[in-house]
Design a protein around this ligand. Structure first.
Ligand SMILES: C[S@@+](CC[C@H](N)C(=O)[O-])C[C@H]1O[C@@H](n2cnc3c(N)ncnc32)[C@H](O)[C@@H]1O
Length: 409
């Protein structure tokens, strides 16, 4: 047995002791400090804390859909960068290096995966977003925690990144593992892409439809089969104006390979400068499929807050957590805007709960900056960056954290 598997077996044994059934809380209480309180539980909320602590403070069976995009064990460092004319402000977002490799990564992640089970509603589900660094080990963990029979999907997201590799095929997908809390998970099918047949009939289309008259002489099997089925349905011979395909209504059911959503590129409108930011469209697709209208969404590794932006756009309440301040800053700046997009009359719905449970603004003091840097960062991050840059910093790159670090290749 290779070392990570031994570690995984050990961690699973530990978390397996008293693994609660979905929706049942054997011991966790909101006295664990911080987190959700009665006054915050029905609102959108951003928690700046370790997600184990955040989850412990959530009520049983309170969440419909959990999306987790944890570190992938990629052995890299990730940054948040704000690019302004002539200036870049850069802060360390998070590190994804593990002292003992996969073993210590799994020892970190698996208890967090196990902790999600209690807070999911029986109809709830979880999506864990990974890549080939760890997805196979994590699948074993999820099979154990949720039951292999509750695996809903293994979604392949092909993100369309260009890369130049000489010794292997370019890596171009992530893996999303979806599990139901119980076999009664909620799911609403998505009819997404236009029917794949449409392109075959482009030159035959009349008002986005294919009429019997325009294709009746073809020997194409697809057409002859459709003619036979239609004729059977109508109980008569077809006439020239009978519709064989109507592409306004005929759409393709989304399958488990997503190829139409691209990675967030540097110049994308939704780009926040947070490395590893996921596209909002991806989250919107998942939430639409797995979270009923009005249901609650949670993301305990929220990064730049994509899940909150998607949930907000779709009118679902959300809980976001991240342990690192840059993620909280970016999410906080982004979310009022997302809510605003939905309804300009709304006041910003999100707020921050710090590690003591107090509801506050984010605490710039936690950054450990000198007074000058602090003033600059406060202005750049909290206010309109474009209008405040002039006169505050020169041509230098300010690394708020990790001054000695260099950007990983
Ligand atoms: C891959 S990123 C998430 C990116 C996010 N999906 C987005 O679209 O921006 C992983 C995040 O997990 C956070 N994280 C790592 N350990 C954590 C912990 N113990 N509790 C909460 N967040 C954590 C990191 O700070 C990082 O922001």
């Amino acid at each position: 047995m290779v070392e990570p598997l031994e570690k995984l077996a050990e961690v699973l044994r530990e978390v397996g002791v008293g693994l609660p059934t979905p929706g049942m809380n054997p011991g966790a209480t909101s006295e664990m400090g911080g987190g959700i309180t009665e006054s915050t539980s029905s609102r959108d909320v951003i928690l700046h804390m370790d997600n184990l602590q955040a989850m412990a403070s959530l009520p049983d069976a309170s969440i419909d859909f959990i999306y987790l995009d944890p570190p992938f064990a990629s052995d890299a460092t990730y940054w948040h960068e704000i690019h302004l004319p002539g200036h870049t402000i850069r802060q360390l977002a998070y590190s994804d290096s593990w002292p003992d490799g996969l073993g210590s990564y799994l020892a970190f992640l698996v208890p967090r995966l196990a902790a999600t089970r209690r807070i999911l509603k029986p109809t709830g589900s979880i999506c864990v977003h990974l890549d080939s660094h760890s997805s196979h080990y994590v699948k074993i963990a999820l099979d154990t925690i949720f039951g292999a029979e509750n695996l809903i999907n293994e979604v392949i997201w092909r993100y369309g990144k260009m890369s130049n590799t000489k010794r292997r095929f370019p890596q171009n997908h992530d893996t999303l593992l979806l599990y139901g809390a119980t076999p009664d998970w909620y799911f609403s099918p998505i009819h997404n892409a236009p029917s794949e047949y449409r392109t075959r009939f482009l030159r035959d289309l009349t008002d986005n439809r294919v009429l019997y008259g325009s294709v009746k002489h073809r020997s194409d099997k697809l057409i002859t089969r459709r003619i036979a089925a239609k004729s059977r349905d109508l109980g008569r011979e077809l006439r020239d104006d009978d519709v064989l395909w109507d592409f306004d209504t005929e759409r393709k059911v989304q399958d488990d390979v997503f190829t139409d959503i691209s990675i967030v590129r540097g110049n994308a409108r939704e780009g926040t400068g947070y490395d590893t930011q996921k596209p909002q469209k991806l989250l919107e697709r998942l939430i639409t499929a797995f979270c009923p209208e009005g249901g609650a969404v949670a993301d305990f590794f929220c990064g730049s807050g994509t899940t909150g932006a998607a949930a907000s756009t779709l009118g679902r309440p959300f809980v976001l957590t991240d342990i690192n301040l840059p993620a909280i800053q970016v999410s906080r700046l982004r979310l009022p805007q997302a809510a605003f997009d939905r309804d300009p009359a709304l006041t910003p719905p999100s707020f921050l709960v710090d590690t003591t449970g107090a509801i506050s603004d984010f605490r710039l003091d936690d950054l450990g900056l000198g007074a000058k840097d602090k003033a600059v960062v406060a202005q750049l991050l909290v206010s309109d960056p474009q209008s405040l840059i002039a006169g505050h910093i020169g041509e230098t790159v300010i690394d708020v954290f990790g001054r000695e670090a260099t950007r990983p290749r």
